[in-house]
Ligand binder design. Structure first.
Ligand code: ATP
Ligand code: MG
Length: 327
């Protein structure tokens, strides 16, 4: 495994109390693999990613347990300087909003080139040539001229391409993309997603793709990890999940994807709201919303069971995963 997050716990101490944002997350991604991380707003997708990248706001955030193994080393035990080196060169992150992540007063050429000057000791001139090359790679037309322009002079889709170029500049082993296309309109979304998927294959990087759009992951992801209230509730190869989910929450997410063949039908939405992270229900956190819930679910927190009887590596945190799978 390139990246393995084990039993990660993150809390936020606020004036109102302690929000338990991440409550024992386990996930992994291999080199050359794409893991899609899915879940409703507030389920802890970004906080987990920030912990992996080492960019969590601390305080108010605090990592209270777990391990983050990257290429076999626990990132949580590295010295800050070593950590910074890993973050700069071996892993990179793509955010939803390029405009606030790029520096408005530097041309995109300067920003892309900076990576090579700082991390590879290149001359300004060579770095600029590299910047143009990267802009070509992410298919920005007229790169030779546009390299002098500033972020605000690019469209949203083009800016997102620049962010992808920044992330890939040093050919990191791992890229985390946090809702990379959410801010774009639908046609541009698909183009940017295709580009990201293509580059991921070409560079053979591990990609963690955070999204709440189950629709986009089918084509690009190898595995899916579904999060709920700061835990992974199901993890499986994409095709298995689409065929038959092994967790009622995943089933709910799947049922709420709009389908072209059912136009006009009312869209299903999972009933109720995600829990208050300062007061997570006992037992299974999903039980108040779950159509399959029984007494056991209200008292006993389900472990991440191995889903047996399939030849793939699947896990579900549901006491009744068998019923869900076959129901
Ligand atoms: N800086 C912060 N201060 C306090 N609480 C925070 C902070 N950042 C995150 N949280 C808490 O952590 C929870 C999980 O946040 P996170 O950003 O990981 O959600 P998410 O799954 O990425 O949601 P979304 O789909 O909306 O991006 C939030 O509901 C919030 O309560
Ligand atoms: Mg988020």
């Amino acid at each position: 495994m390139l990246l393995e997050v084990r039993d990660l716990h993150v809390e936020f101490r606020t004036r109102d109390g302690v929000a338990k944002a991440v409550n024992g997350v386990d996930y992994g991604v291999a080199a050359g693999e794409t893991l899609a991380v899915l879940g409703e707003s507030g389920s802890g997708k970004s906080v987990t990613a920030q912990a992996v990248m080492g960019i969590l706001d601390q305080p108010p955030g605090r990592i209270t347990g777990g391990e983050i193994l990257f290429q076999g080393r626990d990132l949580l035990r590295l010295k800050e300087e070593e950590r910074r080196r890993v973050r700069g060169a071996e892993m990179a992150m793509i955010f939803q909003d390029a405009l606030s992540s790029l520096n408005p007063v530097l041309s995109v050429g300067e920003q892309l080139g900076e990576m090579f000057v700082v991390h590879r000791g290149m001359s300004r001139k060579d770095a600029r040539a590299k910047a143009v090359e990267l802009m070509d790679r992410v298919r920005i037309p007229a790169a030779e001229e546009r390299v002098r322009q500033y972020p605000h002079q690019f469209s949203g889709g083009m800016r997102q391409r620049i962010m992808i170029a920044m992330a890939l500049a040093l050919e990191p082993a791992l890229v985390i993309a946090d809702e990379p296309t959410t801010a774009l309109d639908v046609t541009v979304q698909a183009q940017v997603m295709d580009l990201l998927a293509e580059l991921q294959r070409e560079y053979r990087m591990g990609l963690v793709l955070i999204t709440h759009d189950l629709g986009v992951v089918a084509d690009v992801a190898d595995r899916i990890a579904v999060m709920y209230a700061g835990r992974i509730v199901e993890s499986a190869p994409v095709h298995d999940i689409y065929k038959a989910p092994a967790h009622p929450y995943t089933r709910g997410l799947l049922d709420s994807i709009p389908r072209l063949d059912q136009k006009g039908q009312e869209l299903y939405a999972i009933e109720g709201l995600p829990p208050n992270l300062m007061d997570i229900p006992p037992g299974c956190a999903f039980h108040p919303r779950c159509p399959l819930a029984q007494d056991l679910c209200r008292t006993d927190e389900p472990p991440l069971y191995e889903v047996t009887g399939t030849d793939t590596n699947r896990r579900s945190a549901c006491h009744f995963w068998r019923e869900c799978l076959h129901g």
